[in-house]
Design a protein around this ligand. Sequence first.
Ligand code: AR6
Length: 174
Amino acid sequence: MKPIQIITGDITTIHADAIVNAANTSLLGGGGVDGAIHRAAGPALLEECRTLGGCATGQAKATGAYRLPCRHVIHTPGPIWRGGTAGEDRLLADCYRNCLACAASLGCQTVAFPSISTGAYRFPLDRAARIALQAIRDGLRVYPAITCVTIVCFDARTCAAYEQALAEVERAHA
Ligand code: AR6
């Protein structure tokens, strides 16, 4: 199995040790992938999230997975795109790095990410994909216990952007 996989699908169906939620700083749910994860996990997820006191952009906090088929949910608020001069690139890389650190501390071997910040938060897709792949590649080196990271793209356009970015990152380090 390749250490980084890109698939099209619904992250709520993935049997990874941890899935990542593209949350907001309240951690109290929302639309997009956040809404889908809360619906599939059931109301106990929101109850646990209420105890966490929110989460800063770029940071990560873990909960149980309840009715989801994974073991943990790692919640990370991505940056809202404000034109690129508000530290968005660094904050997006922080999301991936901190989620992998959190997953490693939980003993996870397999982690699934959605495309953080490229929906409601409007981060440009190609730019986000390059940042994600670079941060994941770096994280896999730092945390060798994590054997596989899957990016679960909801649509073909997103999938194509991540495949292209993976090829670029692999070429840059060949
Ligand atoms: N599985 C995988 N990816 C999904 C799914 C799913 N079930 N559903 C949507 N996506 P978004 P953001 C994709 O908006 O931009 C929420 O309200 C979606 O097509 O979910 O980080 C939060 O509470 C897109 O490619 O997250 C925050 O307020 C990607 O997931 C805000 O939105 C991210 O889109 C976060 O915005």
